[in-house]
Write a protein that binds this ligand. Structure first.
Ligand SMILES: [Mg+2]
Length: 341
């Protein structure tokens, strides 16, 4: 059985900008979405100042000025170029690999090498050859590797969870921190008294199937070390037939312009994801969820449209997604969250 690694570039867009501005290395930096609408990347220093991900820029404009946070407009062409250079290094490993998003790639670890030495070498090679910091998580499945990667960000950017270490970590790994375990999935699990990865393991595959269907079954298997989703396998299963990008607003909003820029941002990310995976979309769905207090509103939460032809072209998808956004938007409703699969 192969071990699986996940390489993730740290604060990727910020790291790309810093390549040409080394003077910004220890200073707070944020990058805004293409229309300067929302914050889409933050340096650790900006995170420490409390700048939330996805927040509309005008909400934090004053803090940015007083705290001397350096603000960049996004530069997609640059980020894609840097991404390609990072991915070449992963490809050079000569094992199976899979570009998962602009700044993430899964790879299989060769069996004949020392994992920790290899991982350090990859991290240091990307740093010297490209100049962006990366963190790497290693485990027996993608789902555990993803968790190992988030753990890595608090260490020296390397997180290796072998079976024994994972067994110990499981009881402190909340379901919400798991890949695909966020939002509604975690809420459903909570209502069944399942709070951690250890709970999932203890309840067993039967319970997980009842609670979450095929997704629960897959989650159980991946968390107990059975590879359901191998690196580089064609994405033909039900989950992978759709791509989703979603994030809650830091505060509720009633503004059409904020929703538009948020939907725009997610659409751009999704188009990138689909191009990276060689996928096209035949249908676009926009869902905007009101905050808890406005759920009783007689509002439309979601709308979808079939594309004239399947595409991964950002402009076409954007046009459709923004039209759907206008359809879903109800003035006066305080929106908390939107999703655009
Ligand atoms: Mg990243």
């Amino acid at each position: 059985m192969h071990t699986i690694g996940l390489l993730d570039c740290n604060n990727f867009f910020v790291s790309c900008e810093r390549l040409f501005r080394p003077d910004l290395l220890h200073r707070p930096v944020v990058v805004l979405s293409s229309n300067d609408g929302c914050v889409i990347a933050r340096s650790n220093e900006a995170k420490a100042l409390g700048i939330p991900m996805g927040i509309p820029y005008f909400h934090v404009k004053d803090i940015c000025a007083t705290e001397k946070i350096v603000v960049f407009s996004s530069n997609g062409a640059l980020y894609r170029d840097i991404s390609r250079r990072v991915m070449h290094i992963v490809a050079a490993l000569g094992t199976q690999y899979e570009v998962y998003s602009i700044d993430e790639a899964f790879f299989t670890v060769p069996t004949d090498v020392c994992t920790k030495t290899l991982v350090r070498r990859i991290r240091d090679t990307v740093w010297t050859a490209v100049g962006v910091p990366v963190s790497i998580g290693i485990a027996s499945t993608k789902t555990i590797a993803k968790y190992a990667n988030t753990m890595a960000k608090n260490a020296d950017d390397i997180g290796v969870l072998d079976d024994a270490a994972w067994y110990v970590a499981m009881s402190s790994c909340s379901c919400g921190a798991l890949w695909g375990g966020g939002g509604r999935t975690a809420a459903t699990l909570r209502t069944h008294g399942i709070h951690t990865a250890a709970d999932i393991q203890q309840r067993g595959i039967g319970t997980m199937r009842v609670v979450l269907g095929i997704i629960g079954e897959r989650l159980y298997l991946e968390l107990t070390g059975s590879v359901v989703d191998p690196v580089g396998a064609p994405h033909e299963d039900i989950e992978q037939q759709s791509v989703t990008s979603s994030r809650s607003f830091a505060q509720v909003t009633t503004k059409r312009s904020e929703l538009r820029s948020a939907v725009g941002y997610h659409t751009v990310r999704l188009a990138e994801k689909m191009r990276a995976r060689g996928k096209v979309a035949g249908k676009v769905l926009v869902r905007i969820t009101p905050g808890r207090h406005d759920r009783e509103y007689d509002a439309v939460y979601a709308a979808s449209a079939l594309m004239a032809y399947a595409t991964n072209d950002t402009r076409n998808l954007l046009k459709t997604a923004l039209a759907l956004c206008a359809e879903v938007y109800t003035p006066g409703v305080r929106y908390k969250k939107r999703v655009s699969p």
